[in-house]
Design a protein around this ligand. Structure first.
Ligand code: SAM
Length: 288
């Protein structure tokens, strides 16, 4: 079913994608071409070639990742947990169908297996083909094992199976809604071994404060060590984006974090500095 017309508008011979972020905010991107479109059983999937951000993955009309800034998010989400864990061997990624986080995780020699649990095979197929700079292209690292199923069901009964779990979810609506629930976080906690740790994207501190704080409280109740870090991702509403780290092992002080991989955004100082929260955010998490 062709649903482009719902999300794309023509205006004075220009094509625009308009994202309805919330009731009072719309963000528009000028589009050069539609590279991929498919209505999957889970969502409407497009890869659009945009003027300023290059190819972008759009699910149900919402931008997920782009060639121009996807590396910021993917590198932060992958390299933070894999740098603070001293020996990450078994890694689980929930969501992450653009394969960018898996591509970054494969940079660690210590990592033996990367289970990538994406509900929608169409996302992986589209990104491998049309966003190779984000996904790593058609020939992925052999340690990456694809599971096309619901991440909520997958993590049940996986007691102690993983060192690191990365939740690379879309917004908490549709198939991703349960990826922010207490029950899901409880299953993640069980699926981690003794010194294991998890990280999730926890939305915008400006536009989704409630979702962010709910994740913070739920993860904080389960894990003895919890920390928030941020990065600026231009195509996410508000730019400033939050990530939440929950750990069963004590976390290193920021100045003790080491990083020696080739990356485009992340370096040792960026990882360390991303724990320095803006004053309003520091106050929000300190008050809970
Ligand atoms: N970086 C993006 C952001 O913050 O907007 C999100 C990345 S996008 C690749 C997230 C992926 O999670 C989508 O491909 C979506 O299909 C997948 N997803 C949503 N719900 C899921 C579920 N319950 N289990 C597994 N994958 C899911």
């Amino acid at each position: 079913m062709n649903k482009q017309h719902l999300y794309l508008q023509r205006s004075q011979d220009m094509l625009w994608l308009t994202e309805d972020e919330q009731d009072n905010l719309k963000i528009s991107y000028r589009i050069r071409d539609v590279l991929f479109e498919e209505q999957s059983p889970f969502q409407h999937v497009m890869v659009l070639d945009s003027y300023d951000f290059g190819p972008m993955l759009v699910l149900d009309g919402v931008v997920q990742t782009t060639s121009a800034d996807g590396y910021i998010y993917n590198e932060m989400l992958a390299h933070m947990p894999l740098s603070v864990h001293p020996a990450p061997r078994r890694v689980l990624i929930i969501g992450g169908g653009d394969c960018g986080v898996a591509k970054e995780a494969a940079k660690y020699d210590a990592v033996e297996t990367i289970d990538l649990v994406e509900i929608d095979e169409a996302v992986v197929r589209a990104c491998r083909r049309y966003m190779p700079d984000v996904s790593g292209g058609e020939h992925p690292d052999p340690r990456i094992r694809h599971h096309y199923t619901d991440g909520v069901a997958f993590v049940k009964n996986k007691q102690g199976a993983y060192d690191v779990i990365i939740v690379d979810s879309s917004d908490p609506v549709g198939p991703a809604e349960q990826l922010f629930s207490t029950e899901f976080y409880r299953d993640l906690h069980s699926a981690l071994n003794e010194g294991g740790l998890m990280v999730c994207q926890s939305q915008s501190p400006i536009f989704h404060k409630d979702v962010m704080m709910r994740s913070w409280e739920r993860i904080g109740k389960l894990f003895p060590y919890i920390r928030m870090f941020t990065a600026v991702v231009p195509t996410y509403p508000g730019g400033l984006w939050s990530f939440t780290l929950g750990s069963k092992r004590p976390l290193p002080a920021p100045e003790d974090i080491r990083f020696d991989k080739e990356a485009r955004y992340v370096n040792e100082n960026v990882l360390r500095a991303s724990f320095a929260l803006p004053a309003f955010l520091e106050k929000l998490v300190a008050d809970r």
